[in-house]
Design a protein around this ligand. Structure first.
Ligand code: SF4
Length: 264
């Protein structure tokens, strides 16, 4: 499977759910029937969760049997071999912005752009230690990236050195943000002191609610968007249970919600 942004998002979304993570862990023992999976993790929305894992190419389903794909096996192996504590900021080298490219306009606002950029040298696992430097930053082990929210702009820094940004006005704004990021990172590297890890903060349903459509249409099965926000913040329902969010005009909100949910 290719590691493009769309595929990374599919895998990230697939693994952003406690039940799907349990299914993946169970399948590392070998192929299982639906009945065995249901017995181990519970029957709630099992077909839905399996279809998300299959869509991300992490599992394949044949007749009644479910097994990890080769990609799924590598992914799970990679996770168990990625101890976050082994990263050390002292070994990191200062980074430079070496490339900025403007991509297609954003779906939700055609006057804004998606940007792809590159910082070198790649920070690798040291990226996870930079999370406390950014108040709106969260590191995801599953995709090896640091996601930073800056107003409406969503920035994703990968350990490979790639950077993506959405809702950018122009290349000048992109460059300004990237230089600000690299300065913050380089100051931490120059000090040689690894920032103290920040405690995980519980996600506030009010914050989640800001990104929901606010129509209270009840298509998600809840009485209102706020009821849905409470269940989302508790990790009880997937973001995809709100069909309205899949309309083009809510694309940016959906992306922000996925970024928030990645850390539940
Ligand atoms: S389906 Fe979406 S828009 Fe409708 S009530 Fe639920 S959360 Fe709100």
């Amino acid at each position: 499977m290719a590691g493009g942004p769309a595929e990374v998002r599919l895998v990230s979304n697939a693994m952003n759910n406690a039940m799907r993570r349990k299914v993946m862990a169970l399948l590392t023992e070998g192929k299982k029937t639906r009945e065995e999976i249901s017995g181990a993790v519970g029957p709630a929305m099992l077909d839905y969760h399996l279809s998300i894992l299959e869509g991300a190419k992490l599992v394949h389903i044949q007749d009644d049997g479910v097994a990890l794909t080769d990609f799924g096996m590598n992914f799970m192996q990679g996770k168990s071999e990625k101890p976050r504590a082994s990263a050390d900021l002292k070994g990191a080298k200062p980074v430079d912005v070496v490339e900025v490219r403007q991509l297609l306009p954003c779906i939700a606002d055609k006057s804004r752009f998606r940007i792809i950029a590159r910082m070198e040298p790649p920070l690798g696992k040291a990226l996870s230690l930079l999370e406390p430097l950014f108040p709106r930053g969260r590191y995801s082990d599953s995709i090896g990236s640091l996601i930073i929210q800056k107003g409406t702009v969503l920035i994703t820094l990968y350990g490979t050195g790639n950077v993506t940004m959405t809702m950018i006005k122009d290349q000048e704004e992109a460059m300004e943000i990237l230089e600000g990021l690299s300065e913050t990172i380089n100051r931490a590297i120059a000090s040689g002191v690894t920032p103290a890890p920040r405690e995980r903060v519980r996600i506030d349903p009010l914050e989640v609610n800001r990104y929901l459509p606010g129509t209270n249409c009840r298509e998600c099965g809840e009485q209102s968007c706020y009821s849905f926000a409470i269940r989302l913040a508790n990790g009880e329902v997937p973001v995809d249970s709100c069909p309205t969010l899949h309309e083009d005009r809510y694309a940016v909100r959906l992306e922000h919600l996925r970024a928030l949910m990645a850390y539940l």
